[in-house]
Design a protein around this ligand. Structure first.
Ligand code: PLP
Length: 426
């Protein structure tokens, strides 16, 4: 046990989740690599927690942040600052939401909190629809709409939440349906639910479930849901905290895989936009955003030191077409991992889009989740110099791969080879 970990146990709550038995102390990073306190180098296949969107220590971001720090770190969000307005303009334009307003927060949780506040106020209802197995953050209201019981530390709730089918399909009665039949079944379930309930404010949903193990509903599911929701005046909140900014390769946002439904009413974002700086936010059309009548600010949301990071990071992403890179390199990596999976009796499925790839592990010869194997593969990959994530439903049995979007083909190969050895060793 490291000295730092021993001291950590004395001051940090027991429920703070740590990946490794002997936790890693990261000291610095560059590109797609990070180093620990012993000088060991790791290929970062989890991009922080999908937070390092472009690359570690990207010079453009570092320069913008240090120049801003020398001018002023935080003025007050009661005043305006130019980087905030400029980033709001760019995000509003990219969101696809007409007449969009943008409100910056400091995390994904606070962004979803704000979205729920807007939806419940706009619709004058505290009833929310959420997806089974979902994760939306750790505040009281975000936990209240989180369907993943492994991440629900309280069952008390300030919101009335009804859980909808559609997010998970890897097992159970829906597993063998065609996409079209699956969508039909989920729509029928949603209609049935709405037939037995009063006014509902919104459906909150991740276009691809992140913590849930990178599980993706079939394209078009949310378009089909939207038809039903629109008939009832129910808003659609797309939680793009993990799926935004081109990570999924084919699309800039996850909702675009369901494009017939048009943009969501409310979009929330966080993680990658600041390349590790704490930026979250909410986008909504003016009518919805402006429904709050009392004063409200986020003290640190929109702080200039984070906004310049967001601007520099977004410019780099767009100018270097990292979405295209995620599509190309991610496509190759998925193929390579499928080939590896085909010769491992632990791997049930390799799924994903762009650089958001899930590898589902099972007990050999069964369909049963294998959380022990997932934990062991993480440890073995770490030994080999590769950091990956894990996730899933009540059982954490999926490996999660989400490197910075600048990943090279050689790095994808290197990471896949380490993972192959890790799978063999378990
Ligand atoms: N929404 C989704 C989809 C997430 O994956 C997360 C975090 O993992 C959150 C919200 C909460 O974001 P944060 O941890 O920045 O509060």
């Amino acid at each position: 046990m490291t000295d730092l970990y021993a001291r950590h146990k004395a001051v940090i709550p027991d429920w703070v989740s740590l990946y490794y038995q002997d936790p890693i102390e990261i000291t610095h990073g560059e590109g797609r690599h990070v180093w620990d306190a012993d000088g060991k180098r790791y290929l970062d296949f989890f991009g922080g927690i999908l937070t390092t969107m472009t690359a570690h220590a990207l010079p453009e971001v570092t320069k913008a942040v240090s120049e801003q720090a020398a001018r002023i770190i935080h003025s007050s969000t009661l005043y305006l600052n130019r980087p905030m307005v400029e980033l709001a303009e760019r995000v509003a334009h990219l969101s696809g939401i007409p007449d969009a307003r943008v409100f910056f927060t400091t995390s994904g949780t606070e962004a979803n909190d704000t979205a729920l506040l807007l939806a419940t106020t706009y619709r004058r209802s505290n009833q929310i629809l959420a997806m089974r197995n979902s994760y939306h953050g750790r505040s009281f209201s975000a936990v209240s709409v989180t369907g993943n019981r492994a991440w629900t530390p309280t069952t008390l709730s300030p919101l009335q939440t009804l859980y909808v089918h559609g997010g998970v399909r890897t097992r159970g009665p829906y597993a063998h349906l065609t996409d079209a039949r699956f969508i039909e079944a989920c729509v029928a379930d949603l209609e049935d639910l709405l037939g037995h309930t009063g006014e509902v404010a919104a459906l909150i949903a991740e276009p691809i479930q992140g913590v849930g193990g990178f599980t993706s509903p079939p394209d078009g599911l949310y378009a089909a849901f939207r038809d039903v929701l629109s008939r009832h005046g129910i808003l659609w909140i797309a939680d793009e905290v993990q799926t935004g900014w081109g990570r999924t390769g084919d699309h800039f946002w996850g909702w675009q895989a369901h494009a017939a439904s048009g943009p969501p009413d409310i979009l929330t974002f966080a993680k990658g936009i600041g390349n590790g700086m704490s930026i979250g936010g909410v986008v909504a059309r003016a009518e919805v955003m402006n429904c709050l009548t009392a004063n409200s600010i986020s003290t640190f949301g929109g702080s200039p030191i984070t906004m310049v990071a967001g601007l520099a990071n977004l410019s780099y992403l767009l100018e270097h077409d990292l979405q295209g890179n995620a599509r190309r390199v991610g496509g190759l990596l998925i193929e390579r991992l499928r080939a590896i999976g085909a010769s491992s009796d632990l791997v049930r499925e390799v799924r994903g889009r762009g650089l958001m790839i899930g590898v589902e592990l099972v007990k050999p010869g069964t369909d049963e989740a294998h959380p022990k194997a997932a934990a062991a593969v993480l440890e073995a990959a770490r030994e080999g110099g590769l950091l990956i994530g894990k996730g899933g439903g009540h059982n954490t049995s999926a490996l999660r791969i989400a490197p910075p979007l600048s990943l090279t083909v050689a790095e994808a190969e290197e990471g896949a080879a380490i993972l192959e050895r890790a799978l063999r060793s378990v």
